[in-house]
Write a protein that binds this ligand. Structure first.
Ligand code: UDP
Length: 237
């Protein structure tokens, strides 16, 4: 069997239902647009467990997502979607590429969250774009983009409170959205929500509990993901 799609961290497989796919979490880790690569035993299992709990929580909070059910440690069932080629990033504190681009020190708290967009393209290096680019590139209509922004801010509110209960600061995160295969007018949250795509800092110690441990060679990458899972489990119990 060959997957329908293989990305950097996941594979998508067909199921008997044409509107449902199986999403498999791999142990592969990449950073800096795929330039830095590694494998971490258990990463797929940990991200699947974390993402499944968070998607369940978001659904309960009224956020429509692609999530159907967890199959096993590595796999979930998701509704088939056509992924929008726009990545939506929400930032509560300065970090990462924001700090690099602006010179603002990591950790500066914004008065209001920043929402930004990039084109989902490894070949182009996920370039930062604005509303006008997205309209002219035909990546989303202005109405759809307004929906993406409102949804991202809603998710930010829900997840900031949620992670605070976990003793974690939600610094920034990336979301992807897709049009449902069975109803393309409906856009839902897709992809995964895990320490691969969120910056999470321990509220007490400021310690990084996310993929920056891999990006910056801080060590203890899977230990941090495991700790995030334990806290997310407690907060959703
Ligand atoms: N992010 C991601 N995939 C990307 C780019 C960013 O998941 O292709 C996440 C990243 O983990 C962080 C947030 O989005 O939580 C903001 O990332 P940033 O733009 O600072 O880029 P980076 O530091 O990853 O280059």
């Amino acid at each position: 069997m060959t997957p329908l799609y293989e990305g950097k961290a996941k594979r998508l497989w067909a199921t008997e239902d044409p509107n449902v796919l199986r999403m498999e979490f791999k142990d592969d880790a990449t950073a800096f647009n795929g330039e830095k690569k590694a494998q971490f035993e258990n990463k797929g299992r940990l991200n699947n467990a974390i993402s499944t709990l968070i998607y369940g929580f978001l659904e309960k909070e009224g956020v429509p997502t692609h999530f159907v059910r967890q199959i096993d440690e590595r796999n979930v069932e998701v509704k088939k979607v056509d992924i929008l080629m726009v990545e939506v990033i929400v930032r509560n504190l300065a970090a990462g590429s924001f700090s690099k681009r602006t010179g603002v020190e990591e950790g500066k708290v914004f008065s209001q969250p920043i929402v930004e967009y990039s084109i989902k393209s490894d070949a182009l290096g996920d370039p930062l774009v604005n509303d006008d680019y997205i309209r002219e590139l035909g990546l989303a209509t202005p109405e759809e983009l307004a929906f993406l922004r409102a949804s991202a801010l809603k998710v930010n509110g829900i997840l900031s409170d949620f992670f605070a209960k976990c003793g974690l600061k939600l610094v920034d995160f990336k979301l992807e959205f897709g049009r449902l295969a069975e109803d393309p007018a409906t856009i839902v949250l897709a992809d995964e929500i895990s320490p691969d795509g969120c910056r999470l800092w321990d509220l007490k110690t400021g310690e990084k509990m996310d993929k920056d441990r891999f990006r910056r060679d801080l060590g203890g990458v899977m230990e941090a993901y495991e700790e995030v899972l334990q806290r997310v489990k407690e907060a959703t119990a």
